[in-house]
Design a protein around this ligand. Structure first.
Ligand code: CU
Length: 472
């Protein structure tokens, strides 16, 4: 009965016999051979336990296939291993890697691979150019430990990377990495699509957007939501986590951050320099970082690119779900909520310098200009509908408070309003700050309000506002 290792070695030996073009004399005969275990993100192959170098055979396949970029959005990904990011490869410093790049027969394009872990021209690219339905072999020695990006480098290079052709290869140092409880693979990248973010259907690559470096999508592990909800990475309270973080780009630099965690250790740029107590670490396009932290309390920890519109508007958001016992000393959760009353509306002002208003020639123009002022200063609370928000901001449409005394509304704009106020039979107890607007703009916005949402009409003039402001 042969062991699995013996079978693998036998299999490799047969493969070598079948080959006539490979240069066997370049192999180090003494090294034991093994087949690399490749994983799909966020999974990472297990730590290497052997204490000696080996000849590691990597079989990686390039595949072009349609997949999900976001809900309702599909994209024709070009990939290593049929997944984006490509399979994670794990070897040891001093290993000799026999690399087989296999381009699937259904591919329309030739592909190759540039591994940043390779010392040699093109990082392997010049030796691995492979037409559809063909296979290339080359070998390299993993001289430098570290976490390295690999990517396709076939022209047009940017397009091959933009379509999903990148992944990570870890070269463990000879002495290994310190043991941790959980290891995960997280890789950021951008997509440039014909349609804007969320536009449904099969979206083709947009070269113009890629040239301008304005992506529609910035994602972790190949698609929007690849690491949220049921797909979140997980840990238990008290565990040490190690994230192998890569950035495929093709253009953007990542400001990698986990909300509510501090990285105990960061292997800066995936190399041997270790920094401590880091909030956010830069991950260059075509670069990496290894971050380690202990999770002390349960909850959902949001993983982001802290260039924050990418996180909340373009998809660069993942989740780490930690389960276990609470620790109220480390983090209490909300202990109290109470009403906070500032000393008076008059001392709070919205800080925007009064600017020259367009001077309205008549009431119709005043209403028109006033609408713009309303949208910029009032609509966030009182809403475009003028209906306010129940329990928080009173309505301006049909408001007896406003319509019974329009002059009083000038006071409210000039001085703010705080404390209880009854509007159309409903009590509100909030704070409206004084608004810093020119007399002209105040007149315009009040006139707009009086003439909107079936209100009674009427006009507030610049002179009336000026008079109120000067205390008359
Ligand atoms: Cu390619």
């Amino acid at each position: 009965m042969k062991t699995l290792t013996e079978k693998i070695v036998l299999g490799v030996a047969l493969l070598s016999l079948a080959s006539t073009t490979f240069c066997d004399e370049e192999k180090s005969a003494a090294l034991p051979e093994e087949i690399a275990l490749l994983t799909v993100a966020p999974q990472v192959p297990p730590p290497i336990t052997r204490k000696h170098p080996a000849r590691v055979v990597v079989n990686l396949e390039t595949v072009e296939k349609v997949g999900r970029l976001s809900d309702g959005v599909e994209y024709t990904f070009w990939s290593f291993g049929g997944v984006v990011p490509g399979n994670f490869i794990r070897v040891r410093e001093g290993d000799e890697i026999e690399f087989h790049l296999n381009n699937h027969p259904t591919s329309k394009m030739p592909h190759n691979i540039d591994l940043h872990a390779v010392t040699g021209p093109g990082g392997g690219a010049t030796s691995s150019f492979t037409a559809p339905g063909h296979s290339s072999q080359f070998s390299f020695k993993a001289i430098n430990p570290g976490l390295y990006v690999y990517h396709c480098a076939t022209a047009p290079v940017g397009m091959h990377i933009a379509n999903g052709m990148y992944g990570l290869i870890l070269v463990e140092p000879e002495e290994g990495l310190p043991a941790v409880d959980k290891e995960y693979y997280v890789m950021q990248s951008e997509f440039y699509t014909r349609g804007g973010y969320g536009e449904e259907g099969l979206q083709p690559f947009d070269m113009e957007k890629a040239l301008n470096e304005i992506p529609d999508y910035v994602v972790f592990n190949g698609s929007v939501g690849a690491m949220v909800g049921d797909n979140a990475i997980t840990a238990n309270v008290g565990e040490n986590i190690r994230l192998y973080v890569g950035n495929g780009g093709p253009n953007l630099v990542s400001s990698f951050h986990v909300i509510g965690e501090i990285f105990d250790n960061v292997h800066v740029e995936g190399g041997s320099l270790v920094n401590h107590n880091v909030q956010t670490t830069l991950v260059p396009a075509g670069g990496s970082a290894i971050v380690e932290f202990r999770v002390e309390v349960p909850g959902t920890f949001i993983i982001v690119d802290h260039s924050i519109f990418r996180a909340f508007n373009k998809g660069a958001l993942g989740m780490l779900t930690v389960t276990g016992a609470e620790n109220a000393i480390v983090y209490s959760g909300k202990q109290q909520e109470a009403v906070y009353l500032p000393e008076g509306g008059g001392i709070q002002t919205i800080k925007s310098a009064p600017s020259e208003a367009s001077v309205a020639a008549n009431k119709e123009q005043r209403i028109l200009f006033g609408e713009r002022v309303y949208e910029q200063n009032c609509a966030a609370c009182h809403q475009n509908s003028g209906q306010g928000i129940a329990g928080a901001f009173p309505p301006l449409g049909g408001s007896d408070y406003l319509l019974s005394d329009p002059q009083r509304a000038i006071d409210v704009l000039l001085n703010g309003l705080s404390g209880p106020v009854t509007v159309s039979g409903v009590e509100y107890n909030g704070v409206m700050p004084a608004v810093r607007l020119s007399n002209e703009k105040m007149a315009n916005v009040l006139t707009y309000v009086l003439n909107s949402w079936n209100n009674n009409g009427g006009e507030i003039t610049t002179q009336q506002v000026a008079a109120k402001r000067s205390g008359h």
